[in-house]
Design a protein around this ligand. Structure first.
Ligand code: FES
Ligand SMILES: [Fe+2]
Length: 390
């Protein structure tokens, strides 16, 4: 087991570490940030990892640039495509025109074709790739690794149906979630599920367990990367808490749901990997695998990129899947249940900001071996340099 519980006092004290500095995320990884269909010729502004970025499409290809013109900082997302046959964007103010691939200023319209700033002024560009209808961006300063290296197994598999939900950014700004991405990572795992999600609408008919026995965490090298994997010896249905009584109370109706507590079934496993991804097997349905990226927007906001894959199947499987997701899985689990986590993350971030921006100290308990192992993984193996947040 890694991710030791804190000091002898049981308090997990935070120190200066890669994880502590990563307020704005681990940038030397590919982040899935937009769906491809959102990016057309018209620029799309976004804040990611504390930086203002503009996405646009030219000749079928997606480009990402800093959203601040090198002249007076006017957002390039307000710019226009003046030269239709070129891969450029022209600032709406004085007409600095940038090559989207290099970020170099190739014309300054109101200064004439011989303007001396041509070839000298430039804006930052970010590597972008498209895979499975998703735009992936590399925000880091080190040269990018091949994008497929950062995409977990199954997502690129042609035999799989891949469902993507990106909750936030350009399509729906108010869905940028309040909270720092790390609190979502720390709230992941079996330590919260049977309490926080007990009264989620999708669980009201489900016989959730009381607690795990022998909770632990292992670090596992898998073909697609290094994961921390949550383990448990068993799940107790009910328990007697001294002086308090039995919990959870028996509820006869809690057996009619599409249960997540089928003792005979292969258990759901929850794992995390860098830069901030959770993988849940047999979730949100018994035949799917769920991935969720916590993509940092700024210190106190993040977006969720949720990617789910299931085997493709024939026409009836596809029809059943469509109906199931429309009527139940997407509204009740992919949205509402995960929003319960979001509310916790928001509250924790608010408290941390009130407490001078510090991560709160936490009094760890045994199931915390899982998020602590993730923190450990981050501190020991994060790619590239991690800059502080503010
Ligand atoms: S501010 Fe962009 S060209 Fe002047
Ligand atoms: Fe949760």
């Amino acid at each position: 087991m890694v991710g030791q519980l804190g000091s002898e006092t049981g308090i997990h004290e935070r120190t200066d570490s890669t994880y502590e500095r990563a307020v704005l995320g681990l940038k030397n990884y590919w982040w899935p940030v937009l769906s491809s269909k959102e990016v057309r010729e018209k620029p799309v502004p976004a804040k990611l990892g504390g930086e203002d970025v503009v996405f646009l499409r030219r000749s079928g290809r997606v480009y990402a640039l800093s959203d601040h013109c090198a002249h007076r900082g006017v957002p390039l997302s307000q710019g226009r495509h003046e030269f239709k046959d070129s891969t450029t964007i022209t600032c709406s103010n004085h007409g600095f025109t940038y090559d989207c691939a290099t970020g170099v200023c190739v014309a300054a319209l109101t200064d004439g074709p011989d303007s001396p700033v041509v070839g000298k002024a430039r804006v930052r560009t970010y590597p972008v790739e498209e895979r499975k209808g998703i735009v992936w961006i590399w925000m880091g300063r080190m040269p990018p690794v091949p994008v497929d290296q950062d995409i977990p197994d199954g997502i690129l598999d042609d035999d799989n149906h891949v469902l993507v939900r990106i909750r936030g950014l350009s399509d729906n700004k108010d869905k940028v979630r309040p909270g720092n991405w790390r609190y979502h990572a720390e709230n992941t795992g079996v330590g919260h599920f049977p309490v926080l999600h007990r009264y989620a609408l999708s669980n009201l008919l489900n016989p959730l367990w009381a607690h795990t026995t022998g909770a632990g965490t292992i670090v596992r090298e898998e073909p697609d990367g290094l994961y921390v994997v949550e383990t448990a010896e068993g799940l107790a249905k009910q328990a007697t808490y001294p002086g308090l009584g039995v919990w959870p109370p028996a509820r006869p109706w809690r057996r009619f749901g599409i249960g997540r507590f089928d003792e005979k079934a292969e258990p759901t496993t929850v794992s995390m990997r860098l830069p901030g991804i959770v993988r849940v097997t047999r979730f949100p349905t018994d035949v799917s695998v769920y991935y969720e990226w916590w993509v940092p927007v700024d210190e106190s906001h993040y977006q969720l990129t949720q990617i789910i894959h299931e085997k493709r199947g024939g026409i009836f499987t596809r029809l059943w899947r469509y109906l199931k997701y429309r009527a139940y899985v997407t509204p009740l689990i992919v949205h509402r249940l995960i929003d319960q986590d979001g509310a916790v993350v928001q509250a924790q971030t608010k408290k941390a900001i009130e407490d001078d921006g510090a991560n709160p100290m936490s009094r760890d308990f045994r199931p915390d071996s899982f998020p602590l192992a993730f923190i450990d993984l981050c501190n020991k193996t994060a790619r590239g340099e991690v800059q502080g947040g503010t």
